[in-house]
Design a protein around this ligand. Structure first.
Ligand code: NAD
Length: 491
């Protein structure tokens, strides 16, 4: 087993007391004691981040406001703004190993996946940089009496608050920073308190790339303090939030009070339907990866399996065998497939759900902690469940698959739709006509036909029902950060 040696840069970064990025300076946080950064692989403290005060948040928003109202960012030629974004992407790639090590130390995920996520994140910045000189309004032939030249302008919404979770820290940050910067907005980013390191390092990289002062500010700290102060700040024009549905509702209320624009990417409990004619050679490994990848801490994870009764045993055995063969270990070990959960709190939450599943009559495969240090959990399957059970209704956000069987396609669709969530769904069948019919009937924002995972910077991502409001990625994601001005000119 090869263990990744921490680079000198990573060690140097961890040794520093991490501050807040306000304007062009890194400043100490004033909101109370620093927050310990814990390595989920062994529970040890590896660094500290600051807890911003309300005053710190105020100064960060003011810096973003100045940069928006007076700075060069909004008046820059598109090619120049895109050029800075391309530079950020290249620097992220130059520092990929260091960023990947920080991500793994902070979140726990295996280093091979962290590396992929850093390159994918650089790709996001590059993708949105490509939009900068393609943002434009429209002209209109109007019916109103008189002669008019009428056109629309697409303008940035202003100062945006970007609040992100801990499951894919840098990916979640760039999914918002990319379109916000492309649109010409200025930002205050609040990473999750459990995983702020990669965002802080990204802030340094952005300054090095020549991003003007105040265009991106970073405040760290807890959600109910720093996150709430940022979201409710009077000078924030838009809130872009990814996180749990419960917090999303609190954010929606804050947004309503200030009549701020808001987009919400929230939780999921995504159904995975396998019809009798499923290609099991493809479906079993894809479904196992879908639920166990990132230790199940993926919003779109196919976490509710509905397998046709004729294939259910084979599917369960196959997924259990793959789960059992995954190498559970610290993320810094090159051959680890499954890292720890992000925190003790998350481990307690997930094991609590497994106990609840057992108490409600579910049959558990796996379900035990792995090792005696760190927050590792075995890949877990709960059989013999029903849609009434808590483990089926609620998002567990761990490597836990719940399974039911069905007889008819309509029954599977009804079971899949019987959820307050509607983020993603997968359907497996060799009958493509039936697949498309089912795809129409399922109420969710993303559908995989004969695939359990699908995400691309160009393809809209977002939820039906309680899984969110709005879409990220692609043109729709960019529109979140733009507003339209209609100009009537009498001629
Ligand atoms: P969370 O809601 O607890 O926290 C998310 C962020 O919000 C963190 O930065 C946190 O500090 C902040 N926050 C918490 N309370 C706040 C408040 N009152 N005001 C302002 N900010 C506050 O979620 P989490 O546990 O970090 O993340 C896991 C959740 O995120 C899961 O439900 C998952 O499904 C969801 N998620 C959704 C998507 C998607 O695209 N739909 C993607 C990733 C994660």
């Amino acid at each position: 087993m090869a263990l990744v040696n921490l680079s000198r840069q990573t060690e140097g970064f961890l040794d520093r007391q991490q501050g807040l990025l306000i304007g062009k300076d890194w400043q100490q946080a004033n909101g109370g004691d620093p927050i310990a950064v814990v390595n989920p692989a062994d529970g040890k403290i590896i660094s500290t981040i600051g807890e911003a005060s309300a005053d710190d948040v105020d100064r960060a928003v003011a810096a973003a406001r100045r940069a928006f109202d007076d700075g060069p960012w909004t008046s820059m030629k598109p090619a120049e703004r895109a050029g800075i974004m391309f530079k950020i992407a290249s620097l992220m790639e130059d520092h990929a190993e260091e960023l990947a090590q920080l991500e793994t130390l902070d979140n726990g995920k295996p280093i091979k996946f962290s590396r992929g996520e850093i390159f994918a994140s650089a790709g996001a910045i590059r993708y949105f940089a490509g939009w900068v000189d393609k943002i434009h309004g429209t002209t209109h032939n109007v019916n109103m009496p008189g002669d008019y030249h009428v056109y629309t302008l697409k303008e940035p919404v202003g100062v945006v608050a970007l609040i992100v979770p801990w499951n894919y820290p840098i990916v979640m940050a760039v999914m918002k920073l990319g379109p916000a910067l492309a649109a010409g907005c200025t930002c205050v980013l609040k990473p999750a308190e459990d995983t702020s390191l990669s965002a802080i390092r990204l802030g340094e990289i952005m300054l090095e790339a020549g991003l003007p002062e105040g265009v991106v500010n970073i405040v760290t700290g807890r959600g109910h303090t720093v996150g709430a102060a940022l979201a409710s700040h009077r000078d924030v024009n838009k809130i872009a939030f990814t996180g749990s549905t419960a917090t999303g509702k609190a954010i929606a209320q804050i947004a309503a009070a200030g009549l701020k624009k808001v987009s919400l990417e929230l939780g999921g409990k995504s159904p995975n339907i396998m019809m009798a004619d499923t290609n099991l050679e493809a479906a079993i490994p894809a479904s196992a990866m879908g639920i166990f990848f990132n230790s199940g801490q993926t919003c779109t994870a196919p976490s509710r399996l509905y397998a046709h009764e004729s294939i259910a045993d084979e599917v369960i055995d196959g997924i259990a065998a793959i789960g059992g063969s995954m190498k559970i270990g610290p993320g810094l070990e090159e051959d680890s497939d499954l890292g720890p959960l992000v925190s003790q709190k998350q481990l307690d939450r997930v094991t609590g759900y497994i106990s609840a599943g057992r108490d409600e009559g579910g049959e558990v495969i796996g379900g035990e902690r792995h090792g005696d240090e760190g927050f590792f959990l075995q890949p877990t399957i709960i059989k013999k469940t029903s849609n009434r059970m808590k483990v089926v209704r609620e998002e567990i956000f761990g490597p836990v698959l719940v399974v039911q069987t069905f007889k008819e396609a309509d029954e599977a669709v009804a079971l899949a739709n019987d959820s307050e969530y509607g983020l993603a769904a997968a359907i497996w069948t060799e009958n493509l006509g039936q697949a498309h019919q089912m795809a129409k009937k399922i109420k969710s924002g993303i559908i995989g036909l004969n695939t359990a995972m699908g995400a691309d910077w160009d393809v809209p991502l977002g939820g039906y029902k309680q899984s969110g409001i709005g879409r990220e990625n692609g043109r729709e994601g960019l529109e979140n950060y733009l507003q339209t001005k209609s100009v009537f000119t009498a001629i």
